[in-house]
Design a protein around this ligand. Structure first.
Ligand SMILES: Cc1cc2nc3c(=O)[nH]c(=O)nc-3n(C[C@H](O)[C@H](O)[C@H](O)COP(=O)(O)OP(=O)(O)OC[C@H]3O[C@@H](n4cnc5c(N)ncnc54)[C@H](O)[C@@H]3O)c2cc1C
Length: 413
């Protein structure tokens, strides 16, 4: 039996390593000149390979796919991943804050190179851009004839598709493979959204964010669509020239569609989460009484960095006003902007900057225990091409490894 893997990203490389470990005959087909181009960028070049939380907690990081993911995560846990990477691939790992695991060397290239050398170059075909798959049902069983753009062909008995999502297209995952999977292999693709990326704000709000560009502050963030709060997060918010970023913001991106302008989408920032408006207003009033000669925006430094307090003061129309002459309305306007800063969303975030893609091959057509297609026996689908996206912190690479493991286990049995 010969196995073909389409896509030499994280999922494809791990599937190939597991096949190698199992002594199988296989070929890894990658359309780019090298494998693991996205893997090299992970964790800012340090590769946050997994997260050592217990599976019962980890699964909740996969949004709507959490129950789908539980099966493969339980079969190949973060501890199993650590063992395989350290013992087989010989890449020592270390644990950092929030259970995130990295190579001790802090080099994603060590992980990529170890995978490629473990698999062996004779099992990898690069510049093999798969454009068609022909299925032949012979008396000996099903065959997949995998055809490249340059007409090269590979005939295999089992096929693992690991073509990635649509984000960071320069790494090879440009979304074109979805058409192949839909048109040729017959699988449904759910709507695609860029996820884990910054959110661009409208021109008038860019003036604000550009002024405080580089400032990172702890805040609550709410996403509003059609005047209803759709999601909320809490964490660091980073202001950029283009808009908003940082963990609290990037987690919201997956909910923003291309219709965000028609939906009147906006983000509300709360710089004192967990405390209500009245509490902050009373506290500010006390401060004003105690420091009549200070500017209101200077007093605001109690809550946010100085430059942000200035920008909030400007938006509230209280720039330069001394505490002794602050009116009730001016104070309320300042508190309102501190607790409910309104940032209009300019457009859907970009796939070019998204760390992952939400959406993909519909999960009801894939077995969660084996990753085998429910439509086409012998076909397996793994990695980001599936409708699974995890939060940041090693979740997406762990998903790729766990899915690769259960697919290979099923292929080999
Ligand atoms: C900047 C950045 C940083 C990230 N950091 C982390 C992190 O630290 N931790 C974490 O868990 N996740 C991280 N992620 C997410 C993680 O990298 C991805 O979820 C993961 O790489 C997905 O693996 P994959 O194999 O499914 O897809 P990919 O890695 O995208 O690989 C897909 C491969 O398939 C190939 N391919 C596509 N179509 C064809 C075709 N027709 N024929 C042949 N080959 C084809 C592509 O060229 C590509 O090599 C990060 C993502 C980015 C963009």
């Amino acid at each position: 039996m010969r196995v073909g893997i389409v896509g030499g990203g994280a999922a494809g490389l791990f599937a190939a390593s597991f096949l190698k470990h199992g002594g199988a005959d296989f070929v890894l087909l990658e359309k780019g000149p090298t494998c693991g181009r996205k893997l090299l960028l992970t964790g800012h070049g340090r590769c946050n390979i997994t997260n050592r939380k217990p599976v019962s907690e980890l699964k909740d990081g996969y949004h709507e796919a959490s129950s789908f993911m539980k099966a493969s995560l339980s079969s190949f846990t973060p501890d199993d991943a650590v063992r395989f990477i350290e013992d087989e691939l010989k890449v020592p790992l270390k644990e950092e804050e929030n259970n995130r695991m990295f190579p001790k060397s802090d080099k994603a290239s060590d992980m990529r190179d170890a995978l490629v050398s473990y698999i062996g170059s004779k099992n990898i075909k690069t510049n093999f851009d798969v454009v068609d798959v022909q299925i032949e049902n012979t008396p000996d069983g099903r065959k997949f004839n995998v055809i490249a753009r340059d007409k090269r062909q590979e005939c295999v008995d089992k096929l693992i598709v690991a073509t990635g999502g649509q984000s960071f297209p320069q790494t090879g995952s440009d979304g074109k493979a979805y058409d192949l999977i839909e048109d040729t292999l017959g699988h449904k693709i759910t709507p695609l959204y860029p996820a884990l990326t910054g959110i661009p704000v409208a021109q008038q709000d860019k003036k604000f964010t550009a002024k405080v560009s580089g400032v990172s502050v702890y805040a609550g963030a709410g996403l509003y669509l059609n005047n209803r709060k759709k999601n909320k997060t809490e964490g660091n918010v980073l202001f950029t020239h283009d808009g908003l970023s940082g963990p609290a913001i990037t987690e919201l991106a997956r909910n923003i569609s291309e219709y965000v302008v028609e939906e009147d989408g906006w983000i509300e920032l709360d710089f004192t989460p967990g405390r209500d408006d009245k509490e902050i207003d009373d506290e500010l009033l006390d401060e004003i009484r105690q420091r009549p000669d200070a500017k209101l925006t200077t007093i605001g430094k109690k809550y946010v960095p100085a430059s942000l307090s200035e920008a909030i003061g400007e938006r509230a129309g209280v720039t330069g006003i001394l505490a002794s002459s602050v009116t009730r309305d001016a104070r309320k306007a300042f508190v309102n902007n501190l607790k409910h800063l309104h940032m209009t969303i300019e457009s859907q975030p970009k796939f070019e900057t998204a760390y992952v893609t939400r959406g993909g091959v519909a999960l009801d057509e894939v077995s969660r225990k084996t990753m085998e297609s429910k439509l086409l026996k012998g076909l397996y689908i793994i990695g980001e091409v599936l409708d699974v996206d995890g939060i940041s912190g090693g979740y997406n690479l762990q998903a790729a490894m766990s899915e690769a493991y259960v697919a290979v286990r099923s292929v080999l049995c």
